[in-house]
Ligand binder design. Structure first.
Ligand code: PGA
Length: 237
């Protein structure tokens, strides 16, 4: 069973969403895999109403590490849970850029788990030379003090491969996935599902899935096109 995540980032309008799901749902065949749409908060409820497929889950793209209180503009795990949302991405590098660190990401994972929500945890280095140390530090910090990881998915997204148009360095990425599998095993998270994210598209998904030892993919730009994204899902299905 593959997990295929669409990260819409800050994109979409109500009209776009209606049109998107008309096209996506009539083109996609999902039997065995799980498809997750991580969408802007304001559209969560609307999308939940129009998507009735059991194999499609709706996630947020972030949540607060605090329970509730004076945090203007933040959204809590309990709010997401009360709306019937399935989980959230945490620690995307586009948020780490604004100061979110792995101590905070660890708190986010714990608070999501407390509210029975799932988390997609993003890790990935920006500096290839120190890859191994960086990945080890990120994993140790974000998994610190966590025992039950059944609600967690890891997404390896090397910062240097996100939002690019050139060919992916699959040798390098394959080596990183092996390093990550070694670290999670050492930390006793050996069953943790691992996705790859960063410039995945309908043209390279075949090569990616043939080459990498992964449980699925996380797609940014190409998930915004319903025809392209349905092709990716149908291929991995
Ligand atoms: P991309 O984005 O597929 O557009 O590179 C992936 C991501 O940032 O999650």
């Amino acid at each position: 069973m593959k997990i295929i995540v669409a990260n819409w980032k800050m994109n979409g309008t109500v009209d776009y969403i209606n049109d998107y799901f008309d096209k996506f749902l009539s083109n996609v065949k999902i039997v065995d895999s799980e498809v997750i749409f991580a969408v802007p908060y304001v559209f969560l409820e609307h999308i939940k109403k129009i998507v009735k497929n059991q194999n499609i889950k709706i996630f947020a793209q972030n949540c607060s590490h605090e329970e509730n209180g004076a945090f203007t503009g933040e959204i809590s795990a309990s709010m997401l849970s009360s709306m019937g949302i399935d989980g959230s991405i945490v620690g995307h590098c586009e948020r780490r850029k604004y100061g979110e660190n792995y101590e905070i990401i660890n708190k986010k994972i714990k608070i999501l788990t407390k509210h029975n929500l799932r988390s997609i945890i993003c890790i990935g280095e920006d500096d290839k030379e120190h890859k191994e140390e960086i990945l080890e530090e990120q994993l140790e910090k974000c998994l610190y003090g966590i025992e039950n990881y059944k609600n967690m998915i890891l997404a390896y997204e090397p910062v240097w491969s996100i939002g690019k148009n050139h060919n992916l360095d699959l040798e390098e990425i394959d080596n990183s996935i092996a390093i990550i599998r070694g670290i999670v095993e050492k930390l006793k998270f050996e069953e943790l599902k691992i996705l790859y994210g960063g410039s995945v598209n309908k043209n390279n998904v075949r090569e990616i899935s043939a080459k990498l030892n992964i449980n699925g993919v996380l797609v940014g730009r190409d998930s915004l096109d319903p025809m392209n994204f349905s092709q990716i899902v149908n291929f991995l299905e």
